[in-house]
Ligand binder design. Structure first.
Ligand code: ATP
Length: 273
């Protein structure tokens, strides 16, 4: 039997990504239409400048981390990319069009402190929410949607918790449920804001495994993280911020002593990428 991941199995683009040749680059303005292209992005909160002239690309097939010290603008960058905070200037393009016009292609899991854990929803309800865009409001879910949700829960080891309310779960279990919901969306772009905060080691391993499966399926996987410890070695590409873009590229290119000093002001030890 063909050995494929959960995500590849339910990925409607799977056959195309396997057989279709790489499309020709048509845009004059940007070189990577299959990537997210971020140009001259700036964000102000009232008088405070949170991000200044950020230019980078986020490629499919890579696990990309947004790193930087507290208050560097990591979450702001993710939110600006998704149109959740207004940009003061710049643009974010995907497939030659503003990403904001294509949010149906995005699955986003916000920071856990932005989720109401007392809301009386079951694990199953939360995961099925990931199918609403495909199904439509007030319409009943298809057998296929139910199957996708079951397999997503299975993938993150939460199938037997389907009937629990989300408030009854541990932090790690809650994070796995939201990961399952993101999987059911069958998106092209996956964005996670601080998914490793307050979770156990087992959940961290499951989450990284799923991220790597998504990247292997040529998805865009963008993760805000602040942990400069061993877990950073799971990332392929990094965006290092401190209001300005300090560096972007492969992990090896970004994690230099000079870049870390610029971002953290000499407060972290340099270690080999
Ligand atoms: N809604 C807001 N209104 C005003 N200022 C804000 C708002 N959100 C963020 N900021 C400010 O913008 C700056 C960047 O915040 P942001 O949350 O993006 O940083 P971060 O790198 O994600 O930080 P952390 O690691 O602490 O979560 C900070 O100085 C923060 O105080």
């Amino acid at each position: 039997m063909e050995n494929i991941s959960f995500y590849q199995k339910f990925n409607p683009l799977r056959r195309q990504t396997q057989t279709r040749p790489v499309p020709a680059i048509k845009s004059i303005n940007m070189n990577f239409p299959e990537s997210i292209n971020i140009s001259h992005l700036g964000v102000h909160y009232r008088t405070q400048e949170a991000l200044r002239d950020v230019n980078c690309i986020v490629k499919p097939g890579k696990l990309t981390g947004i790193f930087g010290p507290n208050g560097a603008g990591k979450s702001t960058l993710m939110k600006a990319i998704l149109g959740l905070v207004p940009m003061s200037h710049g643009n974010v393009l995907y497939k030659n069009k503003p990403l904001m016009q294509q949010l149906d292609k995005v699955a986003y899991v916000p920071q856990r402190n932005q989720i109401d854990w007392n809301y009386p929803a079951t694990v199953w309800d939360v995961v099925m929410m990931g199918r609403i865009k495909k199904t439509g409001w007030l319409r009943s879910f298809s057998t296929v949607s139910r199957q996708i949700a079951k397999e997503a829960l299975e993938r993150v080891g939460m199938r037997e918790y389907s009937d629990r309310t989300i408030g009854e779960l541990s932090g790690g279990q809650q994070q796995r449920v939201f990961l399952a919901r993101a999987l059911t969306q069958q998106a092209d772009i996956f964005c996670f804001d601080e998914p490793f905060v307050g979770i156990d080691q087992k959940t961290q391993s499951v989450v990284f495994e799923v991220f790597q499966e998504l990247a292997a399926a040529q998805k865009i996987v963008l993760v805000v993280n602040h942990d400069l410890g061993e877990s950073i070695t799971h990332f392929d590409d990094l965006i290092l911020l401190n209001r300005d873009l300090i560096a972007t590229g492969s992990r090896q290119q970004v994690l230099t002593e000079k870049n870390l000093n610029l971002a953290y002001g000499g407060k972290v030890m340099y270690f080999a990428a």
